[in-house]
Design a protein around this ligand. Structure first.
Ligand code: URA
Length: 411
């Protein structure tokens, strides 16, 4: 077999066989194929696509490139959730403990943020001492005993996805439905979750630009799930507004704790909906009943207690979570109604404050970020507080346009 023939076949819109996909992709993992050739193949796939059978083959190659934890064989009700991007998305810190209190098991592998997307691993690292690289035995034992554990992607599971994802990120080959679907699903299947909920985001700042492409990705994700006898549900939602009032690492952890205390903000409602869906998938109860159960673990304080146990189990010292004491208040320039709060604009301002990184080498400032005081639909008077900015120091220079992601329209 010859890599040039494989690249040419895809360039000419051909359908690749499993053997050809394995030769090219495993060849890259084993350093037999150079990155410029696999990059050329990835670009041909982005431009000419892959059909469902090629996508299923590639997913299987990803899965078999590493270990399979087979968690569902070790414990009951293994659930997982995934979101393809969001601003102010700290749902994992609320959902994991809630699921654990309901007798579900969640083993979460998460990523770091790059550019404007926030990463769950960066957020939890704002808690000093938190270990995001537990070894396999400790990780599985914690899921079994506590019900929830969190880890950064390691080299055991789907190592092929790890190297291909990193290459796609720097070669403009991220936006391909078959490549995204096989990347996401291979990790879930290798972990061994049997009930999987995926929130497919669409919109200007998301991987999927249109609702139609989000629906197509959803079809690929569910078909792969069915092939492995997994129960997969997808939600298709616009990525237009931040998921939470907090945008920034330590701020988002603190906001997740507020939700676990019962703060009924938009983040609370998203988390209750996600947990209820997972509980209803795993236990076969109605969504109404599942919602009641989900809310109960917050009201009783059990989910909050579980969160503390989870942080302690992974070495985190929550008492040392630090948010900047330098606060700038941003106020409404006019009276009116909050029409939109644009997620991408909010993420850009948080990035300017130092909350995210532009290159993988950049250092994140965990204590900075934005705390919104308003939500879409609120009415405000001129001079009312729109947001608090937690800044490193007061030397930061701002322009009017930094704040125009909040659109106020006349009443
Ligand atoms: N998330 C993943 O894990 N993989 C992709 O390709 C895109 C989003």
């Amino acid at each position: 077999m010859n890599i040039l023939d494989i690249i040419t076949k895809k360039k000419d819109k051909g359908t690749l066989t499993r053997e050809e996909l394995e030769f090219a992709f495993m060849g890259y993992l084993e350093n037999k194929i150079p990155n410029y050739q696999i990059s050329a193949l990835l670009m041909a796939i982005v431009l000419n696509g892959m059909d469902m059978s090629e996508t299923l083959d590639l997913t299987d190659i990803f899965i078999k490139s590493g270990e399979q934890y087979e968690l569902s064989k070790k414990m009951p009700n293994v659930v997982d959730k995934h979101s393809t991007g969001g601003v102010g998305d700290s749902t994992t810190f609320v959902i994991g403990p809630m699921c654990a209190c309901l007798g579900l098991h969640m083993a979460k592998m998460s990523g770091r943020g790059l550019g404007y997307t926030g990463g769950t691993i960066d957020k939890i690292e704002s808690i000093p001492g938190f270990n995001v690289n537990p070894d396999k035995e400790k990780f599985i034992k914690q899921v079994e005993e506590l019900g929830f554990a969190l880890s950064a992607q390691n080299n055991d599971l789907t190592p092929l996805d790890k190297v291909i994802y990193a290459l796609r990120d720097v070669t403009g080959t991220t936006e391909s439905i078959p490549l995204i679907a096989s990347s996401i699903m291979s990790k879930k299947i290798a972990l061994g979750a049997d009930n999987i909920l995926i929130d497919v985001k669409y919109g200007s700042g998301a991987l999927m630009k249109t609702r139609e492409s989000a629906k197509e990705l959803s079809r690929f994700l569910t078909t792969i799930g069915e092939a492995y006898h997994r129960n997969v549900k997808t939600i298709i939602s616009p990525m237009s507004t931040p998921l939470s009032y907090a945008i920034g690492n330590a701020l988002e952890v603190a906001e997740a704790i507020n939700v676990l205390h019962g703060k009924e903000c938009p983040l609370y409602h998203s988390c209750v909906d996600i947990v209820a869906t997972l509980y209803s998938m795993a236990k076969g109860v109605s969504i109404e009943e599942a919602k009641k159960e989900a809310k109960k673990v917050i009201i009783t304080g059990d989910a909050l207690k579980k969160f503390y146990e989870f942080v302690k189990a992974q070495g985190g010292r929550l008492g040392e979570l630090s948010i900047s004491e330098n606060v700038i208040k941003v106020r409404a320039q006019k009276t009116g109604r909050i029409d939109t709060i644009d997620a991408l604009g909010a993420a850009k301002l948080a990035a300017k404050l130092g909350a995210s990184r532009v290159t993988l080498e950049d250092k994140i400032d965990y204590g900075v970020g934005i705390m919104l005081s308003v939500t879409e639909g609120d009415t405000v008077n001129k001079g009312d507080l729109l947001m608090n900015l937690y800044v490193k120091d007061y030397n930061e220079q701002f322009k009017e346009s930094d704040f125009d992601f909040i659109k106020i329209v006349d009443l």
